[in-house]
Ligand binder design. Structure first.
Ligand code: FAD
Length: 470
């Protein structure tokens, strides 16, 4: 009997220990914050997903250690976390608070995604004025990087923001706009969660409309002139970008979406949800892995895709889903973005520097999307210090330490090249730029840091970006 009870006791202990191990692993896993690249796992201490202003204010006021803020977690370098932090996951703070069709204005909680806003306003024939190409991002995350899209005659997201509300390190709720608490407005937008939690935003909207796609193939050396002669001042063009083809880097396909009264060829007003995107995902795999993938894309796939006349709604073209890019696994290799901005008069100086770095380092570039942006109206951490062209680099890299080291090296070179052209690089991506490169690219960093010291004297709001540079 006692032997049996001993056995039972031993089994129970083993069972309990295993159960405990499984539970703590599950708990540990939920405390690892990572981003879409899967390159930056960070162990945090705890996480909350507030649904009320009060919860955010209480948490910020009472928490003693570091606090990080998470939106959609699509930034790619640990910008939403740091070790042992409390992460405020904003994704459930996602309601529409006010909407006026007549004023073309919407007020939202900051964890809402562009997609949810689009679903809300589409029935009133309205559109988001400025956003990224994909609609999965949260408004708070987009404001904090001061995102941009392919909109002609626009620029950084801040230009479409009427007002924000923020929770500061002491738990106070403040309103900020271009006229009220200006310093907070111009610091927090593009401030990567360093000054506080953006909880609410009032955005100005615009009319939805039908657009027809037109494209033209050009040599890269003629693109700048083409843009200024045919695109920049044409108010009927809504979206425009140029795809710069690797690996020869000689040609671009300039693509515009122009207002039209023609019948739509795609009746959906928004991209349908839940699409498997099997063709797109296979195409990205082929382009990035097959030796002739890039040639086939430029000379066969794209000519077929662009042959067809396409008329669609603006909201349809603005509601891409990042799922279309997602590979089966990101274990051995992963898709990553980088972005570089140059003053428009440095376009012809920068692209040869960039392509020489990419060629020399045999970077597996899938696409470079060239876009234009007006000058930033005053953000402290403006990436558009003047009117700029941007080069959005989409590439594939291995995940081993050796592969990461290589990427770090050529990223330093590219960042050096863009700084030599008086340009800048985008901060939501891998945090490889040196402190000197950061301060050269963001010359108003001192004002931002002074504001942070004033509003957040204990350096509560932290993440990998501010750990690197603040
Ligand atoms: C496939 C893909 C395509 C992209 N295309 C574009 C593009 O076309 N244009 C462009 O500009 N960018 C683009 N990006 C970058 C993207 O815009 C940014 O990474 C953006 O931050 C993503 O939003 P998010 O909600 O995921 O933010 P997160 O990654 O969650 O957060 C980004 C930063 O904002 C902070 N933050 C989040 N919410 C708040 C809040 N409420 N208050 C204060 N701080 C907050 C975080 O702490 C973090 O520092 C792209 C990224 C991917 C992966």
């Amino acid at each position: 009997m006692s032997k049996l009870s001993n056995k039972i006791r031993t089994y129970s202990i083993v069972l309990f220990a295993n159960l405990f191990a499984v539970l703590s692993f599950a708990q540990d896993k939920s405390l690892i914050v990572n981003d879409i690249t899967q390159l930056n796992p960070i162990k945090i201490n705890s996480i909350i997903a507030p649904t009320t202003f009060g919860e955010i204010m209480e948490a910020v006021k009472n928490h003693k250690g570091p606090i990080s803020i998470g939106g959609g977690r699509y930034s790619m370098g640990g910008q939403t976390a740091t070790e042992n932090a409390l992460q405020i996951d904003m994704r459930k703070f996602n309601k529409v608070l006010n909407f006026s069709k007549a004023k073309k204005e919407i007020t939202v909680q900051a964890g809402i995604t562009w997609r949810s806003i689009q679903e809300y306003i589409d029935t009133c024939n309205l559109s988001v004025k400025i956003m990224q190409t994909y609609a999965n991002f949260t408004v708070g995350g987009s404001l904090s990087v001061n995102a941009h899209g392919r909109y002609v005659g626009q620029g950084p997201l801040i230009s479409s923001v009427n007002q924000i509300k923020m929770v500061l390190a002491n738990g106070d709720l403040v309103t900020a706009s271009p006229s009220i608490n200006k310093d907070i407005f111009y610091g927090a937008i593009g401030g990567y969660g360093g000054l506080g939690v953006i909880v609410e935003a009032t955005l100005s909207l615009t009319d939805d409309c039908k657009v027809i796609r037109k494209d033209t193939l050009l040599s890269i050396s003629s693109y700048k002139e083409y843009f200024f002669n045919h695109i920049k001042n044409d108010t009927s063009i809504i979206f425009h970008n140029a795809d710069f083809y690797p690996n020869r880097y000689k040609k671009v396909r300039a693509v515009s979406f122009i207002k039209t009264s023609k019948e739509v060829t795609i009746p959906d007003r928004l991209k349908p949800l839940g699409n498997s995107y099997s063709f797109d995902r296979l195409a990205y795999k082929f382009i990035s892995e097959h030796p002739s993938g890039k040639w086939v894309r430029q000379h066969i796939l794209d000519p077929i895709i662009y042959r067809k006349e396409t008329v669609e709604w603006r909201n349809y073209e603005a509601s891409y889903d990042v799922m279309e890019l997602e590979p089966k696994s990101r274990k051995k290799s992963t898709y990553v973005l980088q972005e570089y901005f140059v003053p428009v008069n440095k376009f012809d100086q920068f692209y040869p520097l960039m392509t020489s770095v990419l060629k020399r380092n045999k970077v597996n570039v899938i696409n470079i999307s060239i876009r234009h942006s007006n000058r930033d109206p005053g953000s402290l951490l403006a990436w558009a210090k003047s009117e700029v062209f941007s080069f959005v680099l989409y590439y594939k890299q291995g995940t081993s330490q050796g592969d990461r080291d290589k990427v770090k090296l050529w990223t330093h070179e590219l960042t050096g090249a863009v700084i030599s052209c008086n340009g800048s690089y985008y901060l939501p991506y891998l945090i490889y730029a040196t402190k000197t490169q950061f301060t050269a690219a963001y010359p108003n960093y001192k004002q931002f840091f002074e504001l942070k010291k004033k509003l957040d004297p204990d350096n509560k709001f932290r993440n990998k970006l501010w750990d690197a540079y603040y």
